[in-house]
Ligand binder design. Structure first.
Ligand code: PGA
Length: 246
């Protein structure tokens, strides 16, 4: 039930191309860290943010930004695969960002999908985010079905970190990171929509024709749990950076 809620307007930035999208997105993080070196960053995985992370590594190497005091929380992780699996988000983050910058290992947080009691780890993850003071800047991608994090359609907007069953379309989209479809985990642990909306500022990156339908749904302004990203209309500071869509 959405009811009487305050609608805000998302800011849309059209980038000329993927490189520009990556630069604009990275600039949000550089500015955030320069204004507040101990920022709490919410991070995302997937193909779209790869260029943004490359830009951040370049900025770090050029001395434009430091991660020394940054604290990070990733959106999600698969359940049932080990952290050293090449398709895990632990592995993705190490390869795309963490091993190239001066972040302290103790300041890196990802949901733990490969533990005896994943349910307990959802509660622990929420507590860790709260202890860190909440997320200052959250990066998001978006699924073809409008998922943010791994919050698939019909996830309640009130959900906090949770275990979720992946939809067939998500498993198919992510098959490229695995040898075969059967290897793609059926479940993941993800920050909930409420967790995401608690971030002070949000940047969503989206690129390419496959995201056209999601782009149009997001632009329409309609808020519905059928389309998880529409929850972002309830937040006051969201910027959508997009390219190669319209
Ligand atoms: P993509 O994934 O950037 O690889 O398209 C986005 C997502 O599924 O959230």
């Amino acid at each position: 039930m959405i009811g009487d809620i305050k609608m805000t307007s998302l800011k849309f930035i059209k980038a000329e191309n993927y490189e520009e999208l990556s630069k604009i997105g990275a600039a949000f993080f550089v500015q955030q860290l320069n204004e507040k070196p101990a920022s709490v960053l919410g991070l995302a995985t997937g193909g779209t943010p790869e260029g943004l992370y490359k830009q951040l590594v370049t900025s770090y190497k050029q001395g434009e930004v430091s991660f020394e005091n940054a604290v990070t929380f990733n959106l999600d992780e698969y359940t049932g695969i080990t952290e050293d699996n090449a398709a895990s988000y632990h592995h993705y983050m190490a390869e795309n960002l963490f091993k190239h910058v001066n972040i302290q290992a103790s300041n890196i947080n990802l949901p733990k999908g490969n533990v005896a009691d994943p349910e307990a780890s959802t509660v622990a993850y929420e507590a860790l985010i709260a202890q860190a003071g909440g997320i200052d800047l959250q990066l998001l991608g978006i699924g073809v079905n409008g998922h943010i994090g791994f919050n698939e359609p019909h996830t309640p907007f009130t959900a906090t970190t949770t275990i979720i069953e992946l939809t067939p379309s998500t498993r198919e989209a992510n098959q490229i990171y695995f040898d075969k479809l059967e290897d793609v985990p059926t479940h993941a642990i993800t920050m909930g929509i409420k967790t995401i909306l608690n971030a002070k500022k949000i940047v969503l990156v989206m690129s390419g024709e496959s995201k056209r339908k999601a782009f149009e749904q997001l632009r329409s302004g309609k808020v519905s749990e059928d389309f998880p990203a529409s929850a972002l209309h309830l937040h006051e500071d969201v910027t959508v950076i997009y390219t190669d869509i319209d």
